[in-house]
Write a protein that binds this ligand. Structure first.
Ligand SMILES: [Zn+2]
Length: 218
């Protein structure tokens, strides 16, 4: 009789130890043999001695579409899914603890190094399979506090303000502005030069022709 799901406790996993990982997956597959999706896959494997292609038939079970067009097989006593040319061990969808541990190990451990989403997804799906793996990876990476803290802004840093020097006497510092596009006067002026003294706030207005160049203005 398989142990109840509550009895399966993981303290750590060693991804680089293949036989250890296979043993963990085996235990998980035994414990969660009644998981609806996994039971279906397992049954389809049992009905064929080698590999089988299964198709979705029960709409009631979640993620059943993952069964479509994929090859599952039992390798070394472990149900696997063919990914490219590699048989990836299947983690039963109900074993959320093991899925989380795998994500933790591949992302947050010293081995993981906080891979970005695409790399992380590739890394996980190269080793394991479970329905909804991609979504789980996405959620996991998005919620990782270390990654969030490390995410830098793509905006250019805001420059420092450059306040004007403080004037010590009248007409020490003045600012000038031109008001143009005015009607031409009898004296041939069609613009106003405004000069503001920063010390006294005294404003001087001069009628000038808009064609006045910098030299004439000075
Ligand atoms: Zn991270």
């Amino acid at each position: 009789m398989p142990p109840s799901p509550q009895s399966l406790q993981y303290t750590a996993i060693a991804l680089n130890d293949e036989s250890f990982m296979l043993d963990i997956i085996k235990r998980s597959q035994t414990t969660f043999c009644n998981d609806p999706w996994f039971a279906k896959v397992k049954q389809s494997c049992a009905s064929s001695s080698a590999s089988v292609s299964t198709s979705a038939s029960s709409p009631s079970a979640p993620a059943m579409s993952a069964l479509k067009q994929h090859t599952y097989a039992v390798r070394n006593g472990v149900v696997c899914r063919l990914q490219g040319d590699y048989f990836a061990p299947v983690v039963p969808p109900s074993d959320r603890d093991l899925q989380r541990l795998i994500l933790l190990e591949l992302h947050s451990s010293g081995l993981g190094g906080h891979l970005a989403l695409r790399k992380m997804h590739k890394e996980v799906s190269n080793r394991f399979f479970w329905p909804g793996l991609k979504k789980d990876v996405e959620k996991f990476v998005k919620q990782c506090v270390v990654c969030q803290a490390g995410r830098s802004s793509t905006q250019k840093p805001v420059g420092l303000l450059h306040p004007h020097d403080i004037p010590s006497r009248p007409f020490d510092i003045v600012s000038m502005d031109f008001i143009t596009g005015l009607p031409l006067t009898a004296r041939g002026n069609d613009a106003i030069l405004t000069i503001v003294d920063h010390f006294s706030k005294y404003i001087t207005l001069l009628a000038i022709p808009a064609t006045t160049d910098a030299h004439a203005t000075a």
